[in-house]
Structure formats: structure tokens, C-alpha cells
Unconditional design. Structure first.
Length: 68
């Protein structure tokens, strides 16, 4: 197994969300709107919201929807 993280690639479908305005719905029915700054293969997400940055753990996400 190669432990070299230089070759790490985020799944293209997830990477397409980066820089986009989205609505994230959580399993506890909370919702956040903002722009995705970073996302990884576990759907851990850094979201730019009105009052700063919000980190959302991927395991709590029910859906991510792109805003128009």
C-alpha cells in the first residue's frame, strides 16, 4: 500500500461542488446555505456562510443541493 498522500484525489463528483453555492441538509433536519470552500471523500465540508466558516462532518449530511 502506498502511503504517499501526494496522489490523493477527491472524487470528481464531490470536487464539482467546490466553489458552488449549496444547501446542505443534515440528518437532524438542520440546514445550512453557503459556498463550499473544501470537501473530501468522506463529505467533510467547509462551508462559507454569512457569519464565517462552518465545518460539517460528512457523516451528518443527508443531502447537498446546488443553489440556482
Amino acid at each position: 500500500m502506498n502511503n504517499n498522500n501526494n496522489n490523493f484525489q477527491v472524487n470528481k463528483q464531490f470536487a464539482d461542488f467546490k466553489g458552488k453555492d449549496v444547501l446542505i441538509g443534515l440528518k437532524n433536519w438542520e440546514e445550512f446555505e453557503g459556498k463550499i470552500i473544501a470537501i473530501d471523500n468522506f463529505l467533510n465540508t467547509v462551508l462559507e456562510v454569512d457569519d464565517g466558516l462552518k465545518v460539517v462532518k460528512g457523516g451528518k449530511i443527508a443531502f447537498i443541493s446546488m443553489k440556482d
